[in-house]
Structure formats: structure tokens, C-alpha cells
Design a protein around this ligand. Sequence first.
Ligand SMILES: *[C@@H]1O[C@H](CO)[C@@H](O)[C@H](O)[C@H]1NC(C)=O
Ligand SMILES: *[C@@H]1O[C@H](CO)[C@@H](O)[C@H](O)[C@H]1NC(C)=O
Ligand SMILES: *[C@@H]1O[C@H](CO)[C@@H](O)[C@H](O)[C@H]1NC(C)=O
Ligand SMILES: *[C@@H]1O[C@H](CO)[C@@H](O)[C@H](O)[C@H]1NC(C)=O
Ligand SMILES: *[C@@H]1O[C@H](CO)[C@@H](O)[C@H](O)[C@H]1NC(C)=O
Length: 533
Amino acid sequence: MKTNSLLAILLVSVSLFASLSCSLPLSTSKRWIVDTASGQRVKLTCVTWAAHLQPMLAEGLDKKPISHIAAEVISRRFNCVRLTWATFMFTRHAKLNVAETFDSLGLKQAKAGLAKNNPFVLNMTHVEAYEAVVHLLGSQGIMVILDNHVSYPKWCCAYDDGNGFFGDSYFRPKEWLQGLIMVAKLFNNQTQVVGMSLRNELRGQRQNENDWYKYMLRGAKEVHKANPNVLILVSGLTWGTDLSFLKTKSIESNLDNKLVYEAHWYSFSGDPKIWELQPLNRVCANATGWFSAQNGFLMSSESPSPLFLGEFGFDQRGVNQADNRFLSCLFAYVAEKDLDWGLWALQGSYYFREGHVGHEETFGVLDFHWKHLRNSTFPKRFRLIQNMIQDPNSNVSKSNILYHPLSGQCVQVNNKNKLHLKDCKSWTKWSFDGYGATIRLMGTAFCLKAVGHGLPPILSDDCLSQQSAWKFVSNSKLHLAALDGQGKYLCLQKKSSTSSEILTRRCICIEDDSDCKENPQIQWFKLLSTNVN
Ligand SMILES: *[C@@H]1O[C@H](CO)[C@@H](O)[C@H](O)[C@H]1NC(C)=O
Ligand SMILES: *[C@@H]1O[C@H](CO)[C@@H](O)[C@H](O)[C@H]1NC(C)=O
Ligand SMILES: *[C@@H]1O[C@H](CO)[C@@H](O)[C@H](O)[C@H]1NC(C)=O
Ligand SMILES: *[C@@H]1O[C@H](CO)[C@@H](O)[C@H](O)[C@H]1NC(C)=O
Ligand SMILES: *[C@@H]1O[C@H](CO)[C@@H](O)[C@H](O)[C@H]1NC(C)=O
């Protein structure tokens, strides 16, 4: 008993320490988000929790107690929730209460669920209920980003749903500003509220750059005045995929180091058919190039800014071919840039979406009942990008991680000097000097050597042969290959989807050949530069 309770106390203090270890508020420093006081980098690994649909309440409160949901967020290693809101919740509907709204929508079962799991919200106004969710998340040490998702509360984001751009039928700039200012003030003293994003996914026939500058700058300044602590997240046109116009006309003020850009990226962003095309190496290179040109350039411009990948996501059932192809390519990019990000989405279901009661969210981390993970492979795939990979203040010398985005695993060398893939809780450090160089086990004389088709690569002190000279041989730069004795390329490959062994095999579709229809993702490896232990 005694040791158990001591253990419990220790566990509690460890988790307290973890949640308090980054002090707030946050600021920007070049392309990084940092803790203002210490200048240490804080990496945001968020998950979106929707609260902006007709019921105007954070989803799932009919399924589980709110504290339970917060615990789930923490145990899945998200340090932040991107909590959405609709303008009208804080303006014209501010006085409505939750029970009445659920009654008016005929959501009997959901209301009974609220009464069972979170009865205190029933008699609250929508504003009070939103505050209660924010406070509970904050009290658990979770950072919160408040995302103005729509004006009229409903599912987002059709081209012409009246919520798309300044001047649309529901999207009155004045009311939008009023809502932003109210929310900024309401959470002025809540330090766990680290950011506010001004508007989700601008779009539609009214969208234009002039109004973007006019209103986004105005909104940013008003929020900054009302709440100087929060980061201000600003996203571009065309569903948050396009900030390219900033190349020719950048925003002059960084709002006292509070300005962060936000971009969204799904398999259906840009050219939605792209992931059906072949060869996949070209498609991935093209998509990554597209995202960099639209948004990514902001991190490396003359005056760099942080870029928050505010939304990405995928059908977690693994049934969408485009998503499955997109995801490895995306992970390789996210890990390389070590982006701050927010996954769509936490919720496994909606009270009411697009006319359906109890709509399922197949992109949700949680299942329909908010009970289990929708897909148990999920934590493994996200393990690496939930880590800090680059630390601007680190004095640890640089090394490389050999990362396999399809599995989400990292290459490790075991005590028998064999290579295999394991969860990225830790990884073996490599040094690599660039194209055509050796991949050396850090601090040793041993390097990776390809010995033949279908055979595992070995660690060898023969580091001068062509079998130890590694190149990126495809458009995607995700194939690592060395020549064999006959002058043919061998590529690193995970042995099979179920094995953790690594082999070298003939390379898959590395020529830019549209007739090559095989799926090369099992051979995709990324050498990531890191300076953390
Ligand atoms: C809500 O308010 C009504 C009327 O004031 C009261 O009868 C009811 O018990 C309250 N419900 C809860 C859950 O507080
Ligand atoms: C925030 O704190 C300041 C100083 O403690 C106080 O003056 C102000 O009224 C508080 N604002 C809110 C919204 O609670
Ligand atoms: C992607 O492919 C399209 C069509 O082939 C081409 O027009 C575009 O320039 C490519 N973009 C990049 C960034 O490679
Ligand atoms: C989980 O995702 C993987 C990979 O996308 C897929 O193969 C699998 O079928 C999914 N499992 C469930 C239970 O949806
Ligand atoms: C690196 O930084 C840590 C903590 O910031 C410090 O304790 C350590 O002495 C530093 N090491 C070197 C080699 O500068």
C-alpha cells in the first residue's frame, strides 16, 4: 500500500512537472515558437476539437466526462488542443443555453448523454460552456488555440456556404471583429490559451488579396490589443492553402513577435487528383514543392516566421488510397522541417452534422463512442513528429535520424549490430555528409554497406567502396541507394509490412516513368538532421 501511494505521488508530481515545464506565454523567434521568458523552443503538437457546429458545444460531451477527454488528449501525447468556435456563439447567440439549443435541434439522446456525463453544461450559455472546456483543458496543462472556424455555426467549408470570405452572407467583418475581441478579452488571463487563429479556411468567389490584407491585419491588431499574450495565427486563401502572395508583399509587423502563419494540407488540397497519379515519387516531389511554394517558403524567407500546419488528417480506417499515399509524403516533410502542427481531429462523432444526428468522424483519433482509438497503429505513426527534432538553442552536436515514414518508425542498431525498425522513442544516431557519402554510425568507424539484393545491409569498416556510398535516387529524394558489385542500385527497404527487418532490394519506380505503377513507399527513408538527444 505504502509503496503504491508513494508511487502515485511520484507519478502525480512527474506529470505536474511535465505540464508546468514550459512556461507561458509564447512568442516567435525567427521560424520557431518559443517560451517568451526563457527563449526555449515549444513545439505545438495539437489536435483539433470541434465546437463550432449547430449545437455550439465541444463535441463528445454526451459520450464522456470532459476530464476523461482531456486525459485522453494527454495520454495520446498531444500538448495542445485547437478548439474551434463560431462567431455567432459569442455575438448573436451568446445568451442561448445549451439545453435549449439541444431541444431546438431535437437532440434528445445527446442531451441525455450530456445529463449523464457532463450535467453542468446543460444550464450554461454557449459562452460559459466554451469557457468551461477551455478552463478544464488549461487546468490539465494542455495548451489551447482558439480557432474562429465559421460565423454561422455549422459544418465547414463549402465553397459557397456563406461563411467563406469577408462579405459573404454570414461573414460580416464587423461582427467577426466583435467576436474576436470578445474572445480575446474573455481569455486574457488564461495563460494556457496560447494562440488565436483569426479565421479558418478562407475561400469562395469573394476571396481576394486586398480584402485579405485589409481585414486580417485589422483582426490581428485588434486581437493583439485585446490580448497581447496570445500568438496570432493567420492563414491564407483557398481553404488555408495559399499564402504565396506574401512573397511580393509581406506583412510588415510581426506584432511584437506574436505572428504565426497557418496552413492546411490534405490529400485533396491543391490538385485533388494528384495522389491517383503515377509514379508516386514524382507525385510526392510535386506535392511537397507545391506546399513549399504556397506556404513553406515563409520559414526560410529573409525574415522567417513560424508556420503552423493547423490542419492535416486522413481517414483513419486506412480505406482511402489517396490518404495512404499522401501521408508518408507529408510525414517526411513535417519531420524534415520539424513543423508545429494540429491534426484533424480528436472527435469520433458529432452531435449533429450536415443534417445527420450522431454523424461519425472517420478522421477522428477516437472512435464513435469516444472510448477507444479508432486505429491503434496511430500512436506509432505519430511518435516521431510528436518529438522535438530541432532545437534552436541546443548545444548537442548534429546527427541524423534514419526515419521510415510509412511505418512511422526509426532505424536502430541492436546489440548484435543488426539494423531494424523500432518506435521512435529513441533512435540510432548517424552521420551523413550528403549525396554519395557514407552513412556512418555516429562516433564509430562503421558505416552502412549494401551487400546484395534481398540481404540486410551491414555495418562495415569498409567505408570507401561504392556499396557504402549512399545517394537519393528518385524525385522524392526518399530512396536511399548504393551500387552493388555489378553497378546496379540497391535501395533500403523495410522487409515487409509486418517485419521490422531492413533489407536492400532493387529500387522501386525510381525512374521518372509514368508507367511504373508499383508502390515505392516501403522503400521510403528520410535522413533527418537533428540536434536533440
Ligand atoms: C437547470 O435549471 C433548471 C431551472 O432553473 C433546474 O430545474 C435544473 O435542475 C437545472 N439543471 C441542472 C443540471 O443544473
Ligand atoms: C485580468 O487580470 C487583470 C489583472 O490581474 C485584471 O485587471 C482584469 O480584470 C482581468 N481580466 C479578466 C477578463 O478577468
Ligand atoms: C506539379 O505538376 C504540375 C502538372 O504536371 C506542374 O504544372 C507543376 O508545375 C508541378 N509543380 C511542382 C511544384 O513541381
Ligand atoms: C489502421 O490503419 C492502417 C494503415 O492505414 C490500416 O491498414 C488498418 O486497416 C487500420 N485499422 C483499422 C482498425 O481501421
Ligand atoms: C549544454 O547546455 C546545457 C544546458 O543548457 C549545459 O548544462 C551544458 O553545460 C552545455 N554543454 C556545453 C558543452 O556547452
